[in-house]
Design a protein around this ligand. Structure first.
Ligand SMILES: [Zn+2]
Length: 326
């Protein structure tokens, strides 16, 4: 089970559970193991094109039933039953997000002996490392490496491309950004989600820089020091971002950054209001390239912009800390 209070995942890739997971799948590291497992599942269910259909993968992993419910306290839960597993998923989610929680719960089945009846737990402990592995494996299943590489061919980095890819693979924009920017490092960009909030940590006693202001609440970046935007950065007066928020429309242009995290100098920025209306997403291009005009202007953001997933390099859940994912 994971609460919405993630920390950096750096600890996770070298931990005991990750080593166990990698070696038990014949790999040296957890990333290779996740890729190998996902490829095996896709081969076995004969899936070579997005979107990935999860029902057949669930059946392969002995999930006998998947139920959508509104009255569960979690976003997703895996339960052992006599003949396999039951997965409960929160009904009140955009269905792209629900697919991600479904994949995450399927990933948890790899911590059980599924030939036993009922399935038998392989580890005596549960914890962050397992959650990290399940997040990683869920992304590998939903957005397979080779399929994404094919889809990225000929695509300029842009918000329009990111939204198009997320629609094609039926995932949230944030998970697609995690994959393209974080996992594969295919784009030299940073995606930030900015929201107007009183303060960043609604449940914290320590209130830093209070006031109803437009703030950075999530940052999805390549996992390097050179590409870093701090959470809670106030962007009320940042050109392009503030304009997109005030005018509720897509805006793109050059922004001169000064001590904006690790960003300095002029960067090309594309930004779009979120579907909820409470914020904007902004794609910051780290190099001097910018997308060609034909792909530059997405007309709308869809409701799959829910900021509910852990970004690969900066796991962070400032909202709804009481909701849990099992
Ligand atoms: Zn979990």
């Amino acid at each position: 089970m994971r609460t919405h209070a993630g920390k950096s995942h750096r600890y996770a890739t070298s931990g005991e559970v990750c080593r166990w997971f990698a070696t038990s799948h014949g790999c040296y590291d957890v990333h290779s193991a996740a890729t190998r497992i996902a490829e095996g599942l896709l081969d076995a269910t004969r899936q070579a094109e997005p979107p990935i259909e999860l029902g057949s993968i669930a059946r392969l992993r002995c999930v006998t039933k998947t139920v959508y419910k509104s009255d569960i306290k979690t976003l997703g839960t895996l339960q052992r039953v006599n003949d396999g597993f039951l997965i409960l998923l929160q009904r009140d989610l955009h269905w792209f997000a629900r697919r991600e929680f479904w994949a995450h719960e399927i990933a948890h089945t790899f911590f059980y002996d599924i030939d036993a009846r009922p399935p038998k737990r392989l580890l005596s402990t549960k914890g962050r490392e397992e959650e990290f592995i399940c997040e990683l494996l869920a992304r590998e299943i939903l957005i397979p490496r080779t399929q994404l590489s094919d889809a990225l061919r000929g695509e300029d980095p842009s918000l329009a491309s990111l939204i198009g890819l997320s629609k094609r693979f039926k995932t949230t924009i944030s998970t697609m950004a995690n994959r393209v920017i974080g996992d594969l490092r295919s784009w030299a960009t940073i995606l930030i989600l900015c929201e107007q909030r009183e303060h960043l940590f609604p449940y914290s006693r320590v209130v830093r820089r209070p006031g109803r202001l437009l703030r950075v609440v999530r940052c999805i970046a390549p996992n390097t020091k050179e590409a870093f935007v701090p959470i809670n950065k106030i962007v009320e007066k940042t050109p392009i971002i503030a304009e997109a928020f005030a005018q509720r429309r897509y805006v793109e242009g050059w922004v001169e950054f000064d001590k904006f995290g690790s960003l300095h100098g002029e960067k090309w920025v594309q930004t779009l209001p979120t579907a909820s209306g409470s914020g904007v997403i902004a794609l910051i291009h780290l190099g001097w390239t910018f997308p060609s005009p034909s792909t530059a202007k997405p007309r709308q953001a869809t409701s799959d912009l829910l900021p509910i997933r852990a970004p690969g390099n900066a796991s962070f859940f400032p909202q709804e800390p009481s909701r849990k994912l099992s």
